[in-house]
Design a protein around this ligand. Structure first.
Ligand code: NAD
Ligand code: UDX
Length: 463
C-alpha cells in the first residue's frame, strides 16, 4: 500500500517532533498533526518558529522547512482521521489519579477516546499505530473498540513505541538506534507492518527496523524504560555508599562503565531522575505484574522508584542539615528547574520535590532556568497540593538573570545540568552571596576544586 496521508492524534512532546521528522524525510506524504488543545496547535502554527510549544534543539528548523508544505497542525481531528491511511495515536497516558489502580496504572481514557473517534469517523480501512507508551495488550482493547463500534471497515493495529529522549529528540529521530514495529502475523497484518516499514525506510537503514509481534513491541517499551531508570537508581544507590566510604561515584561509574558488558552510558549519579516517562512507565509495569499475581516481579521494579524518591529526599535533607539544621527564611537559589538540560519540560522534575521539601522547612526559593517560566514553576508546585497557591507564590520567585537569582543567597542548588551554568563567573556569584556560601551540586556539573578555591563550601553527589 502506498501511503500518501498520515494523521497523528496528539501534538505533544512525541507527536510534534516525530511527525515533523517524518514530514521532512517523506516530502511526498502529507502529515497532519491534530490536537484538542487549541492553544498548543496555535503555537505550532505560529509564524515565528521560535514560538513553537516545545523546545528541542533543531526542531524549529525542521518545522520551518516542512510546515505548510506537507506538515500541518490542526484542531480538526475528524477531517484528519477521515483522510489518512495511517493514524498515529500519540496522546498522553498519565498515571491514574483516581479509582482502581490509582497512583500506579496508566490512565487509558484518552486512548479509548481516540479509538472511539477513529471508529466513528473512518469510512475506509485504516492502519492505527500505537505511538503512546501503553500497557502490554492494550492493542487488544483498541481492536475491540474499533471492531465493535466502527462502520464495518478493517483496522490493523500496530505498536510502534517511541524511544526518543527529550533534549535530543531531533537527533534521536533522525538517527534512531532502532525502530520497533509490532503487528499481527496475518497477511493483512504483514501488509500493514510493511506500509509503516516503508515510511521509516525513507531515512532509517533496514537493519535498524525491527518487526515483532504486538505484545513484544508494547512490552519492550516498558522494559527499555525500566532498564534505563534502573541504571540510574543503581548508580544513585552507590552514590550514598560512596559518600560514607570515601569512594567517588564518578570514578566508580567510569571504572564499571569501561566493562563493555556494562557500558558507560546512563551511569551519571544525580539528584534523581525526572521526566514524564520513567516513573509512570515503571509504576505501570509494577501494576501489570501485580495484576498477574507476579508480586516478586512487581517488588523488584518498584525498588527503582523507591530508590529515586530516596535520592531526591536525601538531597533536600542534606541541604537542611548542612545549613545548620534550619533553612527557615533563608534564600536558596535553584539553578535549573527542567528535568534535564535542553528541554522546557518539567514533568516529574526532581526540582519540584526538592523545592516542596524546602518550602516545608520555610525556605525562600529563588529559581533561574533558561527555558522555564515562573507560571510553570508555580503550576508544578500547586499540582502537588501540599499547600495553597498563595503560600507557594510567597515561597518561590523566579528570575530572568542568574546573577540576580544568586544575590544574597545562603546556598545554591544545581537541579538541572544546563551547560551555561559551568561558564558562569563564580567569583562574582560568591561575592554576592551570604557567607559561608554553599553549593549543592545535584548534577555533579561544576568544577568542585575551583569552587572550593574561591571559598565555596561545595557538596556533590557521591563524593
Ligand atoms: P503530551 O502531553 O506532551 O502530548 C499529548 C497530547 O495529546 C496533548 O497535547 C493532548 O492535548 C493531546 N490529546 C489528548 N487526548 C486527545 C484526543 N482525544 N484528541 C486529540 N488530542 C488529544 O504527551 P507526550 O509527552 O507527547 O507523550 C505522549 C505519549 O508518548 C505518552 O504515552 C508517553 O508515555 C509517550 N512517550 C513520551 C516520551 C517523551 O519523551 N515525552 C517519549 C516516548 C514515549
Ligand atoms: C526517557 C528515555 O531515555 C527515552 O528512551 C524514552 O523514550 C522516554 O524516557 P527522557 O525522560 O526524555 O527519555 O530523558 P532521559 O535522558 O532518559 O533522562 C531521564 C531522567 O534521568 C532525567 O531527569 C535525567 O537527568 C536523568 N538521568 C539520565 C540521570 O540522572 N542520570 C543518567 O545517567 C541519565
Amino acid at each position: 500500500m502506498k501511503i500518501t496521508k498520515i494523521c497523528c492524534i496528539g501534538a505533544g512532546y512525541v507527536g510534534g517532533p516525530t511527525m515533523a521528522v517524518i514530514a521532512q524525510k517523506c516530502p511526498e506524504i502529507q502529515v497532519t498533526v491534530v490536537d484538542l488543545n487549541e492553544e498548543r496547535i496555535a503555537a505550532w502554527n505560529d509564524t515565528d518558529t521560535a514560538n513553537i510549544p516545545i523546545y528541542e534543539p533543531g526542531l524549529d528548523v525542521i518545522v520551518a522547512e516542512a510546515r505548510g508544505r506537507n506538515l500541518f497542525f490542526s484542531t480538526n481531528v475528524d477531517k484528519a482521521i477521515d483522510e489518512a491511511q495511517i493514524i498515529f495515536i500519540s496522546v498522553n497516558t498519565p498515571t491514574k489519579t483516581y479509582g482502581k489502580g490509582k497512583g500506579m496504572a496508566a490512565d487509558l481514557k484518552y486512548i479509548e477516546l481516540c479509538a472511539r473517534q477513529i471508529a466513528r469517523v473512518a469510512k475506509d480501512n485504516k492502519i492505527v499505530v500505537e505511538k503512546s507508551t501503553l500497557p502490554v495488550r492494550t492493542a487488544e482493547a483498541i481492536k475491540s473498540i474499533l471492531d465493535n463500534t466502527g462502520n464495518g471497515v478493517q483496522f490493523q493495529i500496530l505498536s510502534n513505541p517511541e524511544f526518543l529522549a527529550e533534549g535530543t529528540a531531533v537527533t534521536d529521530l533522525l538517527h534512531p538506534d532502532r525502530i520497533l514495529i509490532g503487528g499481527d502475523p496475518s497477511e493483512e497484518g504483514k501488509k500493514a507492518i510493511q506500509a509503516l516499514v516503508d515510511v521509516y525506510s525513507n531515512w532509517v537503514p533496514a537493519a535498524k527496523i525491527l518487526t515483532t509481534n504486538v505484545w513484544s513491541s508494547e512490552l519492550s517499551k516498558l522494559t527499555a524504560n525500566a532498564f534505563l531508570a534502573q541504571r540510574i537508581s543503581s548508580i544513585n544507590a552507590m552514590s550514598e555508599l560512596c559518600e560514607k566510604t570515601g569512594a567517588d561515584v564518578n570514578e566508580v561509574a567510569k571504572a564499571i562503565g569501561m566493562d563493555s558488558r556494562i557500558g558507560s552510558k546512563f551511569l551519571k549519579a544525580s539528584v534523581g531522575f525526572g521526566g514524564s516517562c520513567f516513573q509512570k512507565d515503571i509504576l505501570n509495569l509494577v501494576y501489570i505484574a501485580k495484576s498477574y499475581g507476579l508480586n516478586a516481579v512487581a517488588d523488584y521494579w518498584e525498588q527503582v522508584i523507591i530508590m529515586n524518591d530516596h535520592q531526591k529526599r536525601r538531597f533536600s535533607n542534606s541541604i537542611v542539615q548542612t545549613l545548620y539544621n534550619t533553612v527557615s527564611d533563608k534564600k536558596i537559589t535553584f539553578l535549573g528547574w527542567a528535568f534535564k538540560k535542553d528541554t522546557n519540560d518539567t514533568r516529574e522534575s526532581a526540582a519540584i520535590y526538592v523545592a516542596d521539601d524546602l518550602i516545608n522547612e520555610h525556605a525562600k526559593i529563588a529559581v533561574y532556568d533558561p527555558k522555564v517560566s515562573n507560571k510553570k514553576i508555580l503550576g508544578d508546585l500547586n499540582y502537588l497540593e501540599t499547600r495553597n497557591a498563595e503560600a507557594n507564590a510567597n515561597s518561590v520567585r523566579s528570575f530572568l538573570d542568574p546573577y540576580e537569582a544568586c544575590q544574597q543567597a545562603h546556598a545554591i542548588a544545581i537541579l538541572t545540568e544546563w551547560d551555561e551554568f559551568i561558564h558562569y563567573d563564580w567569583q562574582k556569584i560568591y561575592d554576592s552571596m551570604q557567607k559561608p556560601a554553599f553549593i549543592f551540586d545535584g548534577r555533579n556539573l561544576l568544577n568542585g576544586p575551583e569552587l572550593k578555591a574561591i571559598g565555596f563550601v561545595y557538596q556533590a553527589i557521591g563524593s
